[in-house]
Design a protein around this ligand. Structure first.
Ligand code: SF4
Length: 64
């Protein structure tokens, strides 16, 4: 699995961090997403898919 973030779309909603805190974080200054793991471990896949699904800006793209 590979994760692509469209940082221009991210509105700092933080939903991804709530769902997958081992993979996503947010910048302190503006809340824009920080990708901690571009190639997450298999046990994170479900959380990552869910994060992509709940992102209100559709900023998270997942390649399986
Ligand atoms: S859920 Fe989407 S919009 Fe919100 S911080 Fe994560 S990537 Fe950005």
């Amino acid at each position: 699995m590979k994760i692509d973030i469209d940082f221009d779309k991210c509105c700092g909603a933080g939903q991804c961090v709530l769902v997958a805190p081992d993979v996503f974080d947010q910048r302190d200054e503006d809340g824009i997403v920080v990708l901690l793991e571009e190639n997450p471990a298999a046990e994170q896949y479900e959380n990552v898919r869910q994060a992509a699904a709940v992102c209100p800006a559709a900023a998270i793209r997942v390649e399986e």
